[in-house]
Design a protein around this ligand. Structure first.
Ligand code: LHQ
Length: 264
């Protein structure tokens, strides 16, 4: 399907989504938000896709909410309901990434600000280019971190550093993002696409069903006590144990050959 502000590429089992609103550093317009939701919903149910890459065109990854859209109503003296805006938009978008039943790699090509940081946090892997930077810019316009940032950021880098970034809105560079664990890999800008694709390609050959269940377990057990988590693990392991991937993994090990996982 052709989109206005999103490019979708398929290379075998890897799908790459490129946000394409570069004049505003891929700020999340209503169009881009709707297109991301449509594309991610399709990829979630497409068994032929076994890993997803999310990146941006131009020098931005994503500058967060499209503030241009607020200009007309604010100048007219209107105050749109931002809670409703979130519930209709980003609150539906973010779970499409976190709950994607296959791995999602953020290839952070440039600046990520506001909800753009949240988008990156909702992905499973964050590979950043040396040109990337990060700002929880919400506070600079009198807002609170949204789109899951209040949960996903402290879960990723701890609450003290999260609060510092959230309260100051300070922009940090790729090296600092790596140091504090906000991203897991920093590569030269011209190597970003190939590094992210090769990671996604490697992930796409692994047991997809077990990875989807692992993501689900990490989400569910985050708020559980140990005994509850042990029980959830047991029922998920029963599901994983019934997959073709599990059978192939065990047989390949016993036969001393590399496994070929069908992804189910
Ligand atoms: C933009 C944007 C942008 C429109 C750059 N929108 N045009 C918010 C509101 C409502 C409901 C609920 O949720 C939220 C969640 C949020 O995401 S709040 C946070 C929103 N984002 C921001 O506040 C970030 C605003 N942008 C910036 O602070 C800077 O642009 C950053 C730090 C991202 C990049 O700085 P520079 O590298 O110096 O680039 P620039 O500022 O020159 O931007 C380039 C162009 O992109 C420029 O347009 P122009 O026509 O002058 O070339 C900007 O106006 C436009 N742009 N972000 N979010």
């Amino acid at each position: 399907m052709a989109y206005e502000q999103l490019i979708v590429d398929r290379d075998g089992p890897v799908a790459t989504l490129r946000m394409n609103n570069p004049n505003v550093l891929n700020a999340l317009s209503r169009t881009l938000t709707a297109e991301l939701m449509d594309a991610l919903s399709g990829l979630a149910s497409d068994a032929a896709v076994r890993a997803v890459v999310l990146t941006g065109e131009g020098r931005g990854f994503c500058a967060g909410a499209d503030l241009g859209a607020l200009e007309a109503p604010y100048r007219r003296g209107e105050r749109p309901d931002l809670g409703g805006f979130l519930r209709d938009g980003y609150n539906r978008l973010i779970p499409l990434l976190t709950d994607m039943p296959k791995p999602v790699v953020a290839a952070i090509n440039g600046v990520a600000a506001g909800a753009g940081v949240s988008l990156a946090l909702a992905c499973d892997f964050r590979v950043a280019s040396e040109a990337s930077s990060f700002s929880l810019a919400f506070v600079k316009i009198g807002l609170i971190p949204d789109s899951g940032a209040t949960v996903l950021l402290p879960r990723t880098i701890g609450s003290a550093r999260s609060l510092q970034l959230a309260l100051t809105g300070d922009r940090i560079d790729a090296a600092e993002a790596l140091r504090i664990g906000l991203v897991t890999m920093v590569v030269p800008s011209d190597a970003l696409a190939s590094e992210a694709t090769s990671l996604a390609t490697r992930l796409a050959a692994l047991p997809t069903a077990a990875m989807g269940m692992t993501k689900r377990l990490f989400r569910e057990t985050a708020t559980m006590d140990l005994r509850g988590a042990l029980e959830r693990e047991a029922s998920a392991q029963a599901e994983a144990g019934a997959t073709e991937d599990h059978l192939e993994g065990v047989l390949a090990f016993l036969e001393k050959r590399p496994p070929t996982f069908p992804g189910r």
